[in-house]
Structures are given as structure tokens and as C-alpha cells.
Design a protein around this ligand. Structure first.
Ligand SMILES: Nc1nc2c(ncn2[C@@H]2O[C@H](COP(=O)(O)OP(=O)(O)OP(=O)(O)O)[C@@H](O)[C@H]2O)c(=O)[nH]1
Ligand SMILES: Nc1nc2c(ncn2[C@@H]2O[C@H](COP(=O)(O)OP(=O)(O)OP(=O)(O)O)[C@@H](O)[C@H]2O)c(=O)[nH]1
Length: 440
């Protein structure tokens, strides 16, 4: 399970700046997807020793009693409660404020691992900036500049030290790891119960106080799956019930831990920002995806048309995913969802041999050459596979930094078709060789 770093601090200390820096390298992998809105407060971090999640709590006001500020405080409290590591950000230029002291008291009481981070310290003497913050009693201050990146790598390494990378994949034979994601009330628990009620649940250990996600292995038609829980399921008699209501952090973690996400939408509701944000997490994580539009039993023809249009319009960046119209309650359409999970998993894990990739690339270039950019004409020479889940295709050649995004989209479509990769996103990366003898 990937650790979650939660950024806390009073307004204007640089939390968003740090958040953006921590999540940026991951962003760069996400091709610009039209229509994809990003959640500014939850992100995937890379660039440290291992993957992690970052939550920005926004301006944290522990004193707030009412209104929007109180609602924000409630969400911040929830994030703090689920944090693996708290990063308490203060402003090295403004210096120590009474509000910092109030926040420090609050955070110390959580008993969570806590690092005090003094920001905006570029060009300043580290020990002098740090001095006055010792009195917060949050340990040695780490001095950084979020804007310039100074000290950020060290900060991440230190924060993640207690969380070594999961040991290598002994898991492969357990079949796809499936997360069922969706906003509150779409019917996740109902689907899980329908799935597990019909199928054989293989005995599993209920975690006690461990931070691990609950994983429920089950079998259907002789195939194995592992369900990754998004809500802290508890078994009560024959059914599972959610221990917590919807949790963004649990959802993010489950998405990250899974191979395939079943994203549930509610046919009786319009698609909301929250739906789009959850879809965005899946895309950022590069997960294979199946869309399940639930409660199909309770909507009439008009709504059915309307939700189809809504999906096409608001979630057009999920065009690679198969769509199923289901009723979790009545058990309609579940088999179709699982068979799409199998196909999406196969696509996400596909082995793409270099000769076949290169052949597909050369055919694509012959059909349509990349446009000239000034004096540069990008030359695409060969391709190999750089990873799976999502499949990454690395293209080698010259002047590849001048390949326009639209051409990359074209290549993605070509590879998707050549290898029948429906159900998974695909990433194309370029490696320009700087060979002085290569033709210009
Ligand atoms: N000099 C300097 N300025 C910084 C640094 N990091 C952030 N800032 C500036 O501080 C201001 C506040 O930064 P934000 O990242 O928006 O702060 P925040 O804590 O997210 O603020 P809220 O969204 O109000 O909670 C901006 O003008 C940033 O450009 C830094 O490392 N050095
Ligand atoms: N008509 C109909 N109702 C459904 C269906 N699936 C779920 N529901 C109802 O929708 C409500 C919410 O379902 P849950 O399964 O609790 O939703 P959830 O996504 O787990 O909700 P959270 O735990 O809040 O995240 C319940 O009243 C279900 O009975 C369906 O296929 N058809």
C-alpha cells in the first residue's frame, strides 16, 4: 500500500507549490487529455524512492467554527486521520506565528509521524531560518524551497524512509487485482456483495490494525481475482459492509494497488466533478478501466439516453474503456463486467515484442509522416516496450522532442489497434539519440 503524505499548514505558506512539485513528475507522464479535470488536492507522487500519495489540506484553520472554512477543516481532519506522514509547512520568511503554534499542538496530539518543513528558504542560511521553529516541538525543522526545489528530494526520502517498496511481484498468479471505485452511493457495496455472494470467496485474513488494504480473493468460472477494498469492508454474517463512508484516500490507494479499476457511475444522477476526479485518478495511475453504469433497472429510456450522452461528453478521455450498463442490486450485467476486467487486464499486461512494435511504427510513419517543425523533421526509428500496466512504448529516433501531441495520439491509436489493447491507457515516450553521425 502506497504511503500518504498529508500537507498541513496555515494559508499561504506554500502548500500548493509543494504539492505541485511533488506530483509534477507524475503529471508529465499524463498526456494532455482533453476534458480531464484534475483534483488539486489529491495527487500521485513519484520521483522519491517509491510511489506515494500526496494530499494538500488547503488552508488549515483548527479554530474555525462554521461555514465553508469549517467544512474544509473537516476534510483536513479526515486527511490527517488517514495520513501515514504529516508534513507541517511553515513560512521561513514570515517566521513563527501564533497560528503555527496552534496547528503544531493539534498535529502533535495525533501521534502520527510528523515532519516540520520550513519553506521559502532559498538563498537563506538554513540553520538561522530553522532556529526559531524549534520551539514548536515538532523535531528538527527541514529547510526547503518548494518554489526552487531545494531540499525537496531529501524531504521525500526522509518522509518515506519507514515505508520500503513492496517486495517483488509474487502476486502475478492471483489474477487481476480489481478496485471498485465510485462516489458515495453509486452502489459499490451492493456490487461487491453481489460479486462475492455469487462467487466463492476464498478464505482471507481480516486485518486488525494493519494499514494494509483489505484484499478479498475470489473465484469465478475457475478464474482468480483479488478485490481491493476502497472503504474498509467488514464481514457481517453473509454480507460485507463498509466500515467507513466514502474515503478519497482509500480510493486513491486502492486504485494505485489495483491492476484494473471498475469505475461505477449512477445512471440516475448526472456525472459530477467527483466522478470526473475519480476517473482522473485512474488515468493518472495509468490503470486499466471498465466503466459500470449502475442502477440501470431504475431509469427510463430518457435518462438512459441522457447518461450515455453525459459519459461521452464529460468522460471522453475514458474512450479506451469498455462500458457496461448494470444493476448491482438485481445482479444484471455482472458477468460482462468481469469479462471486460479479464480483457482489460490482458491488455494492460500484454507483452509487446520489439519487432512487431517496430513494424507497426514503421507502417504508421509510412501512412502518415510526422510534420516538419522548422528545420527539424522528427525521425522515428524503432520501438520497444518500456513497461506494463499501463503499457509504455518507448520510441527511439532523432528530433523526437518536435513530435506534436496530435501525432502521439495517432501513434497511440495505431498501437492500440495493432495489439488489440482495449481497456487500458497506453503511454508513448520518446528517446532521442544524439548520434552525431545520424542523418540530419
Ligand atoms: N520565495 C518563495 N515563495 C514561495 C515558495 N513556495 C511558495 N511560495 C509563494 O508563496 C505564496 C503562497 O503559495 P501557495 O503554494 O499558494 O501557498 P498555500 O499554502 O497553498 O496557500 P493556500 O492555498 O492559501 O493554503 C505564493 O505566492 C507562492 O509563489 C518558496 O519556496 N519560496
Ligand atoms: N435500483 C437500484 N438501486 C441500487 C443499485 N445498486 C445500489 N443501489 C442502491 O443504492 C444505494 C447505495 O448503494 P451502496 O452499495 O451502499 O453504495 P456505495 O457506493 O457502497 O456507497 P458508499 O458506501 O456511501 O460509498 C442503496 O440504497 C442501494 O440499495 C441498483 O443496481 N439498482
Amino acid at each position: 500500500m502506497d504511503p500518504t503524505l498529508v500537507l498541513v499548514g496555515r494559508p499561504n505558506v506554500g502548500k500548493s507549490t509543494l504539492f505541485n512539485r511533488l506530483t509534477r513528475s507524475r503529471d508529465a507522464l499524463v498526456a494532455d487529455m482533453p476534458g480531464l479535470t484534475r483534483d488539486r488536492h489529491y495527487g500521485h507522487g513519484r520521483g522519491g524512492p517509491r510511489p506515494f500519495l500526496v494530499v494538500d489540506t488547503g488552508g488549515f484553520e483548527p479554530q474555525a467554527k462554521e461555514g465553508i472554512v469549517q467544512e474544509m477543516a473537516r476534510q483536513a481532519e479526515a486527511a490527517i486521520a488517514e495520513a501515514d506522514v504529516l508534513l507541517f509547512i511553515v513560512d521561513g520568511r514570515t517566521g513563527l506565528t501564533p497560528q503555527d503554534k496552534a496547528i503544531a499542538d493539534r498535529l502533535r496530539r495525533t501521534g502520527r509521524p510528523l515532519h516540520l518543513v520550513v519553506n521559502k528558504a532559498e538563498g537563506m542560511n538554513r540553520s538561522i531560518v530553522a532556529a526559531e521553529f524549534h520551539e514548536l516541538g515538532c523535531g528538527d525543522p527541514l529547510v526547503i524551497s518548494a518554489a526552487h526545489g531545494d531540499g525537496v528530494r531529501e524531504l521525500v526520502e526522509l518522509a518515506l524512509e519507514p515505508f520500503p517498496e513492496n517486495s517483488a511481484e509474487e502476486e502475478a498468479e492471483k489474477g487481476p487485482r480489481v478496485a471498485i471505485a465510485g462516489r458515495p452511493n453509486v452502489g459499490k457495496s451492493t456490487l461487491i456483495n453481489t460479486l462475492l455472494g455469487e462467487e466463492r470467496v476464498i478464505a482471507f485474513d481480516m486485518p486488525g490494525t494493519t494499514r494494509d488494504a483489505i484484499e478479498i480473493p475470489f473465484e469465478r468460472n475457475g478464474r482468480h481475482y483479488t478485490l481491493i477494498d476502497t472503504a474498509g469492508l467488514r464481514r457481517k454474517g453473509k454480507v460485507f459492509e463498509a466500515v467507513e463512508k466514502f474515503s478519497v484516500i482509500k480510493t486513491l490507494q486502492a486504485v494505485e494497488e489495483s491492476n484494473v479499476v471498475v469505475l461505477m457511475l449512477d445512471a440516475s444522477q448526472d456525472i459530477s466533478d467527483q466522478d470526473a476526479h475519480i476517473a482522473g485518478f485512474c488515468i493518472e495511475a495509468g490503470r486499466a478501466l471498465v466503466l459500470a453504469i449502475n442502477k440501470w433497472d431504475m431509469v427510463d429510456g430518457y435518462r438512459r439516453e441522457r447518461i450515455k450522452q453525459d459519459v461521452a461528453r464529460k468522460l471522453n478521455f475514458l474512450g479506451f474503456a469498455r462500458v457496461h450498463y448494470i444493476s448491482a442490486l438485481e445482479g444484471q450485467g455482472i458477468g460482462g463486467v468481469l469479462s471486460s476486467v479479464d480483457k482489460a487486464y490482458a491488455a494492460a499486461m500484454a507483452k509487446l515484442p520489439t519487432p512487431k512494435l517496430t513494424r507497426a511504427l514503421i507502417d504508421a510513419v509510412q501512412k502518415q509522416t510526422p510534420p516538419r517543425h522548422g528545420v527539424f523533421r522528427p525521425k522515428l526509428r524503432y520501438a520497444h516496450q518500456g513497461g506494463s500496466n499501463p503499457p509504455i512504448i518507448v520510441i527511439h529516433g532523432n528530433a523526437l522532442e518536435h513530435v506534436p501531441d496530435s501525432y502521439t495520439r495517432y501513434l497511440e491509436r495505431v498501437f492500440m489497434e495493432a495489439f488489440k489493447l482495449q481497456g487500458t491507457p497506453l503511454r508513448v515516450q520518446y528517446k532521442t539519440s544524439h548520434n552525431p553521425y545520424s542523418d540530419k
